[in-house]
Write a protein that binds this ligand. Structure first.
Ligand code: AMP
Ligand code: MG
Length: 365
């Protein structure tokens, strides 16, 4: 096998994006030959959140079309592909199954190796796809479904320093936007409304800042926002635009303060483990927030750590990062076979006890 060269087909369907990508690995690095993402936003819009059954059906209907588009746009055929990397979890089980079953069929019919990728590993390894960052580095994953600090020691060894004990930050932004009557996805709506808002008008809590760990909690903050909204609504009969902007600004500031302070702690812990090159990277949709991004960059400057924010299309769900995570395993001969199962829950660090609680199927991510 040529350890410098591979063409990996990536497939992603764990939430509400049906995605496929062809990634070329060559002696110079990685080149994304194609990256198709079909978002299901319109299908779920009226429900105020992703409906798992609708998502699963939509993935099943489109996955072959999206894969075909990815191959075509990369100007390759299946015979050129070295291996198929597919998200095997964690995520909404119906969606994961749609992608995984399709990939299994494709692998059997084309005789190509199958690699079942942990979606979180896709996000965590993105700094290597974009910037060839050396191990070990620190990643903060802040998305609609996940929130954790990870030291990435190798392509298969991840150490979780902390994470959320309830909602993910994107989920908190989305719920806050719903409370304020703003459009989904909530993060960009809150960010926009906050520009015109007064951050000091409402005093919202900064959950878990009194605890010295790197864990987060966002559900109390959301409840505090709801109380302020209800008080105003009772007093005035509704919310004025200024109220929405001020509440958005206060909410974003509270989210920001908690994420920044916990990041300072995580960086300090990480720096104890490592010398030499030191990198802190972010991933996930919330990484798009300019205020949060700007402050993370500043604390990295202070701590003399390289800050890396991959382009947004690689921060949110896509298949190029899945293809890359598969590529790292491909070069180690680390394949799966068709007995691989879809895993709705699949923590990257299985040494640490679960922080999100354990269900019948094991600990959540
Ligand atoms: P992902 O789960 O990675 O696909 O990212 C989607 C999540 O990111 C949603 O919950 C969005 O509300 C959130 N998000 C996107 N843009 C922003 C932003 N500018 N500020 C805060 N959250 C954001
Ligand atoms: Mg998504």
């Amino acid at each position: 096998m040529d350890f410098n060269k591979a063409l990996i087909l990536g497939i992603e369907s764990s939430c509400d994006d049906t995605a496929a990508s062809v990634l070329e690995i060559n002696s110079k690095g990685s080149e994304i030959r194609s990256a198709i993402v079909h978002n299901q936003f319109n299908l779920h819009k009226e429900y105020g959140g992703v409906v798992p059954e609708i998502a699963a059906r939509a993935h099943a209907e489109l996955i072959d079309v999206v894969v075909e588009k990815a191959l075509k746009s990369a100007k390759v055929v299946m015979a050129d592909i070295s291996a198929i990397g597919v998200t095997a979890g964690p995520g909404l089980i119906g969606g994961v199954l749609s992608g995984l079953m399709f990939a299994k069929g494709l692998s059997v019919s084309t005789n190509k190796p199958l690699i079942g990728v942990n979606h979180l590993a896709g996000h965590a390894l993105t700094p290597r796809l974009t910037n060839k960052v050396a191990f070990p580095y620190l990643v903060l994953l802040v998305s609609g479904g996940h929130c954790q600090f990870l030291i990435v020691h190798s392509y298969k060894k991840y150490e979780r320093l902390g994470g959320t004990i309830d909602d993910a930050p994107g989920e908190a932004f989305d719920k806050a936007a719903r409370l304020l009557g703003l459009q989904q996805p909530g993060g960009p709506s809150i960010e926009e409304a906050a520009i015109k808002g007064d951050v000091s008008r409402f005093d919202l809590p900064r959950p878990l800042l009194d605890r010295e760990d790197c864990n987060f909690s966002f559900s109390g903050l959301k409840t505090a926002l709801m109380r302020k909204r209800n008080e105003l609504t009772e007093k005035q009969g509704g919310l004025f635009e200024k109220d929405v902007c001020d509440l958005s600004a206060s909410f974003q500031q509270a989210m920001h303060d908690v994420i920044i302070e916990k990041s300072v702690r995580a960086i300090d812990l990480y720096l104890k483990f490592t010398n030499g090159n030191q990198t802190f990277a972010i991933a996930g949709g919330v990484a798009a927030n300019k205020k949060i991004r700007h402050s993370l960059k500043k604390i990295c400057e202070t701590k003399k750590v390289d800050f890396l924010a991959p382009p947004l299309e690689l921060c949110t769900d896509n298949a190029a990062i899945i293809a890359y995570a598969a590529a790292e395993r491909f070069f180690h001969g680390d394949y799966d076979d068709t007995t691989i199962s879809a895993r709705p829950r699949w923590p990257l660090d299985n040494q640490k006890p679960a922080i999100l609680g354990s269900g019948k199927k094991g600990s959540k991510a």
